[in-house]
Design a protein around this ligand. Sequence first.
Ligand code: SAH
Length: 597
Amino acid sequence: MPEAAAIVVLTDAGLKVAGHIRDCRPGARIHGYAPRVSGPDIAFDDVGAELRRLFAQGTDIVGVCAAGILIRALAPVLADKRGEPAVVAVAEDGSAVVPLLGGHRGANAIARRLGEALGVPAAVTTTGDVRWRVALDDPPAGWVLANPHHCKSFMARLLSGEPCRMEGEAAWLEHSGVEFRSDAALAVRVTDAPDVGDKDTLVYHRRRFALGVGCERGVAESELADLVEGALDGAGLSPRSLAGIFSVDLKMDEPALHALAESLALPARFFDPAMLEAQTPRLANPSETVFREVGCHGVAEAAALAAAGEHGTLRVAKTKSKRATCAIAEARSPVDAARIGRARGMLTVVGLGPGAPAWRTPAADRAIRDAAHLVGYRGYLDQVPAVPGQGRHHHRLGEETERVDRALALAAEGHRVALVCSGDPGVYAMAALVFERLEAAESAHWRRSEIVVVPGVSAMHGAAALAGAPLGHDFCAVSLSDLLTPWPVIEQRLRAAADGDFVVALYNPASNRRRCGLARAMEILAAARPPATPVIVARAVGRDAQAVTITSLRDLDQASVDMMTLLIVGSTETRVTGGHVYTPRGYRVKRGSEAPA
Ligand code: SAH
């Protein structure tokens, strides 16, 4: 899924235009200046900081505001022309659209589309586009320029009137208005072969070759890379002529295959054995052994041919190393790998933190924004802004296994899925259940998805920070919920924590029905600590109803504790100073002997 753009609005008057812009940019979200914009997807208070933050994370920006505001805000952070996102200014009443930065990285295209929607011309100022109707450094989809670093001087010479030769065929250039002459010193070359070009020659490749690979489980990255390099060399093909790497879905989780895709900057896509078996009449090397093992008569050749389409032909028949095979098929025109076969699915288990957006990590925001499907308890999903087109799968609180299974099944279908938890996803939350379900899974499909855990601020860390530094020395966490753990085990751990003089964070301390566990826990801890030991009662941390009370083992009001509460019980060293609780970093005898951190 492409990264969504941010529409930055500074006044209510700009909201109408922002709405039009969002209609043209599926997935875009409206970021509104909090004091002046009502009901944006995301509110912010500092205009410059918000623009710089979006720019730094590579998000395309459409600012519904004066161009000058964008220029002033972003000027200090402009650095690498090639790596930066597109920035477009749109007048508040929609009467002007100006691509400011990244013209050839999408800004011109965005501006043209918005201009059409708003009925105004896009103020495109990049030279090539004005003079020629094409951008030499931004060729159409499926085409790659091999030497973009030569483009600027090349274009300057064309603009000064030099003619140019055409070597090969490129329909998009023939109608561009560029003057072509066969005796010209400048040349545009279209080739499938390795060619780095030079200052007089721009080299373009068409991504019209499909690389099919097969391998044994655990093949070394270098073995596969060497095999593919040899095949490309032997056929005289540039890796830039490849559209993607294709294989059978059994290989979806093969590290060497993904390492190769990453090193060649290509997508990896997969077919099921039935789709590969359908290619058998076209295979140069059908194999009964492969059929018995995989269910199709070939993997590398079949995957390459399936990707190249019905008119595709084998350019390199199956070639082998000890543990891998590869083949290359050729299509007549560029192949769009994103539409062929399916990607390896990805399940990201995301922790939202305790509640406040400011305590949510940028990585968690990104994982949620990039997901095609969100799975989670409604209360958590409601905390994240809606992304148009994103699937949202609510489940009731008790249905954790169903929630995890749903997420795993969606990922196995090739989707990017975010499973949303509160706090940290690995702390009394769903990340562990994901691995448990994977271990027990009968469907091998589930195990082929990529699983990523994105950490979050746990309630314990949020509560500790609000109270001071109670976790400054050894601590532990115990959940008082006996739904999944027998009470005697919980009690044994509490006694061990008391014996060890750990600071103790208590999760799930009490519910309406379950109160006696809390009373017993306090009894156990109070038996080993003085009555004045500090206790932090942190309720609804990071939410509107947040309430943090510092009390003691003697004075704790157990009735005030519910499921939205986290308790931190100090050790014998924990103290209170000026309204803050802290636990010294060492016991007095040791203090001063350890290096600071
Ligand atoms: N993964 C979560 C914990 C989920 S278990 C995390 O890392 O925070 C649920 C328990 O966590 C609740 O019963 C409560 O004890 C605690 N908790 C979760 N969110 C909280 C919040 N915002 N304020 C206080 N306690 C919270």
